[in-house]
Design a binder for this molecule. Sequence first.
Ligand SMILES: Cc1cc2nc3c(=O)[nH]c(=O)nc-3n(C[C@H](O)[C@H](O)[C@H](O)COP(=O)(O)O)c2cc1C
Length: 360
Amino acid sequence: MAGAFATAPLALTACSSGDAEQSAARALRAPRAQSARAAPSLMHDLVRQAVLAPSSHNTQCWRFQIDEKSISIAPDLTRRCPAVDPDDHHLFVSLGCATENLVHAALASGLHADPRFDPSASGGAGVIAVNLTTTQQRITPLFEAIPVRQCTRGDYDDQRISPAELRQLEQAGTGDGVSVRLMTARPAMESVLEYVVAGNTAQMNDAAFVAELKAWIRFSADEALRTGDGLFAGASGNPALPRWLGSRLMGLFFTPKSENERYARQVRNSAGIAVFVSERSDKAHWVEAGRCYERFALQATAMGIRNAFLNQPVEVGAIRPQFAAWMGLKASERPDLVVRFGRGAGMPLSMRRPVQAVIV
Ligand SMILES: Cc1cc2nc3c(=O)[nH]c(=O)nc-3n(C[C@H](O)[C@H](O)[C@H](O)COP(=O)(O)O)c2cc1C
């Protein structure tokens, strides 16, 4: 789904309101003083920073409850994606990403955040309770990376990353029961690419997957601005178009061949591929995988390194066990996320819904 119809001709005239959408996207990421209207209290501002996290299809599948000394993060099951994510794995990973942002934002405001996942809360749906206690304020590079981080679906510069930087990324991406495997050798990356191509081909021939993806694409800047969610075409380097036209062109240009060629090029101009692996496959580990990925992404951002998902090998149920076997994983382990990384230019920013819309 990464770069939906990325090969559509860029000569097509983009909708004029792209600037309004991008200035709104930038305003969402403004420092606290400038965003006081959007986030009237410190607790609201912590939620604002939490929701700058990535979520699958930019569904923003979270609900926040603010209490005096805690914030809890619950799944918004109305925003599930049953075709691409039938067991809600990505949904809980997304909650983990938001949790990680919250931890760094809290510390920058002099609060120590202690997140605990309770699988039985909210009628068994599972909730992350984040207790907040006073501590020494610390502005970390990871905190400063929150408004800058993005999933960058463009081409990278084909350059290597130093061993010291790789160690920092590996450290950031490792957590409690979750590890990250970094692959920088070309033969290994080519093997991952084969799984990406197989998964992408399966997904693009799956009508339910394509229909769900289409429902989350925001073809025009107006649409992205109005909904505040979903996959804005411009953020994947595509022209912004009215839905009626974008939707028709998607069928013409979004083909397995064109997408697979783009993935091949982008794997080959990346510095490496990271695969996040959970020791066990349950919601608690998926949340932890989200926290590890987000730390990795923030650390990468702080070092000027970009990343984008290549999740097809872990999303397609028939391919995931083959991919896990290729990686030599144990039967109890789950490959959670596949991510390419490298240096390259930024892309337009994605939207978020207003903070008030995600607070219950
Ligand atoms: C669990 C998870 C799975 C994702 N899978 C993909 C993917 O397969 N392809 C892709 O291009 N982006 C993927 N994304 C990225 C989201 O689409 C992205 O986070 C969202 O559009 C918001 O954009 P931003 O991260 O640049 O703020 C995924 C994100 C998460 C958290």
